[in-house]
Design a protein around this ligand. Structure first.
Ligand SMILES: [Zn+2]
Length: 168
């Protein structure tokens, strides 16, 4: 979640965020690229450290910068407003959609009609159809988080709970 853009507003609940990621199949609603549940990258890195890997790794950084976490800089999952909040778009499920970090950065608070006219990443279209079972690696997060209960931050514990509760 891009917290910088949400300053001054009620944070969206993790359960709501997950509902929207799942509804959208963990695909960016603008470019249709598969997005990644960011906390998993931190635990993948931790898994490697636990296995004795001491190499520098660019898996996870809280700021999702290209040099420190290139995958999240591109594909980190965030929520976007279809109609920007500052121009009156609401925090409703209908006005929210899953976005990759790159599209989210491009969109900022441009009104939808103006943003739609801008050059943007062309949507990917699968020759054999769209992925039906992509989960943003959220299941890997659940597995690794359960392995490292003492390392979980309060926020990550909430994610784990919300992911568990969101399972069918
Ligand atoms: Zn995108």
């Amino acid at each position: 979640m891009n917290t910088r853009k949400r300053s001054g507003r009620e944070p969206l609940s993790k359960a709501l965020q997950l509902r929207i990621f799942k509804r959208d199949g963990w695909l960016c609603c603008w470019c249709k690229k598969p997005v990644i549940f960011a906390p998993v990258m931190k635990y993948l890195e931790l898994e490697l450290r636990n296995a004795g890997n001491r190499e520098p790794l660019a898996y996870y950084h809280a700021h999702w910068t290209r040099n420190t976490s290139p995958l999240l800089d591109e594909l980190g999952a965030v929520l976007d407003h279809k109609e920007a909040f500052v121009t009156g778009g609401a925090d409703t499920e209908e006005n929210l959609c899953t976005a990759c970090a790159k599209c989210n950065g491009r969109k900022s608070s441009a009104p939808l009609d103006r943003w739609n006219q801008r050059e943007k990443r062309s949507p990917i279209k699968g020759k054999y159809g769209e992925p039906q079972h992509w989960d943003g690696l959220s299941s890997v997060f659940v597995m690794l988080a359960k392995r490292n209960p003492d390392r979980l931050t309060a926020g990550e514990r909430e994610w784990l709970k919300a992911l568990g509760a969101a399972k069918p």
